[in-house]
Ligand binder design. Structure first.
Ligand code: HAM
Length: 420
């Protein structure tokens, strides 16, 4: 027997059903905000992420599944979608389309993190990215969309929204200096990684998971206190649009995010229902990234949600049934097997979900299968009925039964289902 790779998992049964529902809700919601789907490759040249996400981030330093391909190219399984999508946007010259571009993607991401509840090495994200708009109204609408996803999934009571502004290339250097000064005066508490990051990228220390580092970051200078005038106005704008949209949020001045490309707005949708893995969705603005990856100076903002985590939250609601099948057909070899196959596919072509026992076992066995599938109706094609050209249609919820002409069963069932 083989076992799956550590941190990877199989998704099936009830969880797969919830998964399906979550993806459906996402796609519908993204469409209402006029986002278009983008299918991205899973493998990219490592450089896309090294440059895009930042070479001193945990993701790039420790977590990428990166390797040398047979032809010597350095490649990596994508750890996230933003850098990939920016690469695609630039490579396909999509910036030449006038106006703003709005894309969404859904798919697996890979990070070699320490696996634990809610944290996997392969996980699935649904993300959105908006290119070409720098004003605060789009930030608020993007945050609203994240909130709306939770609402449309019925889990808005399990989550809360935190926002922050982490400045821009104009005000970041002054803030970095303050951070370096502060951390140098607490240098004995810093872990090895943070010591290395201190001069190169001090903001990364704010994101360190090491307990000793965490203790001192609590009192570190906060980016919001060092914003330039433009960043401050932008942040005030975001907050006032969020107020207008009545999105509940809290400013968390400690949030810096684990990827280097962010400027100004950063946000996270968090939960306290999934143990230590609290972030169910997160994002922010990344105005310099498109240029960094070779494109024109274009603003960008987006977020990604972790579908694995959202599915776990949805499962707390326990509304989805184990299975639901519209119709189960009970039939018998050489008596009604062919009628059953034809009838099943006639109903399926009307959008009714139908299953049957392809081994045509004893009636009792077939009823128990219908039960297992939780079928709403059972159509029995017994010897007596088929001789008359009829079927016994059982409404499993009401416990009633009617004899219907075989030719009219599909119409009868679709009509009943519509009324249900
Ligand atoms: P991120 O915060 O790294 O952002 O990931 C977004 C979400 O992916 C997290 O909030 C979490 O729900 C989920 N996630 C991340 N790692 C794991 C894991 N190991 N296991 C399960 N779920 C996980 C990004 O990836 C950015 N690209 C978001 C973004 C888009 N920013 C701008 N545009």
């Amino acid at each position: 027997m083989y076992q799956k790779v550590k941190g990877f998992r199989d998704i099936y049964g009830l969880e797969a059903r919830y998964w399906n529902k979550v993806e459906k809700v996402f796609r519908q919601t993204f469409r209402t905000f006029n986002f278009e789907e983008f299918y991205l490759p899973i493998l990219e040249k490592s450089e896309v992420f090294n440059r895009g996400i930042g070479s001193t981030t945990d993701i790039v330093e420790k977590e990428m599944f990166a390797f040398e391909d047979r032809d010597g190219t350095q490649v990596a399984l994508r750890p996230e979608g933003t850098a990939s999508l920016v690469r695609a946007y630039v490579e396909n010259k999509l910036f030449s389309t006038p106006g703003i571009s709005k894309y969404y993607y859904v798919g697996p991401m890979f990070r070699r993190e320490r696996p634990q509840k809610g944290r996997f090495r392969q996980f699935t994200q649904a993300g959105i990215e908006v290119f070409g708009s720098g004003g605060p109204s789009i930030d608020a609408d993007v945050i609203y969309l994240l909130y709306k996803l939770a609402e449309n999934l019925g889990i808005q009571n399990f989550v809360s929204m935190e926002i922050n502004s982490i400045g821009c290339p104009a005000c970041r250097p002054a803030y970095n200096e303050k951070l370096i000064e502060y951390f140098k005066s607490n240098i004995e508490h810093l872990c090895g990684d943070c010591l290395r990051r201190l001069d190169k990228n001090p903001m990364r220390i704010m994101d360190c998971k090491n307990e000793s580092c965490k203790k001192i970051t609590a009192d570190a200078p906060k980016a919001v206190d060092y914003l330039c005038g433009e960043c401050r106005d932008h942040f005030d704008g975001v907050k006032s649009y969020l107020d207008a949209l009545q999105v509940p949020y809290k400013v968390n001045p400690m949030m810096v995010r684990g990827l280097d490309y962010y400027v100004r707005t950063a946000f996270e949708m968090i939960t306290d229902r999934l143990g230590s893995q609290s972030a169910v969705g997160a994002g922010g603005r990344y105005d310099g990234l498109i240029q960094l990856l070779g494109g024109p100076d274009t603003a960008g903002i987006g977020f990604a949600v972790g579908i694995d985590r959202l599915v776990s939250l949805c499962m707390l609601n326990e509304t989805e049934k184990e299975n639901d099948l519209d119709v189960f057909i009970i039939s018998f070899r050489d008596i009604s097997d062919k009628i059953a196959l034809k009838l099943a596919n006639e109903m399926r072509s009307q959008g009714v979900s139908v299953d049957m026992d392809y081994d045509f076992r004893k009636m009792k066995k077939q009823f128990s299968l219908a039960d297992r599938y939780g079928s709403l109706f059972t159509v029995v094609l017994g010897e007596d009925e088929t001789a008359k050209g009829t079927a016994a249609v059982k409404d499993m919820q009401a416990g009633t039964q009617e004899e219907i002409e075989i030719a009219k069963v599909t119409e009868y069932i679709t009509d009943k289902l519509r009324r249900n």
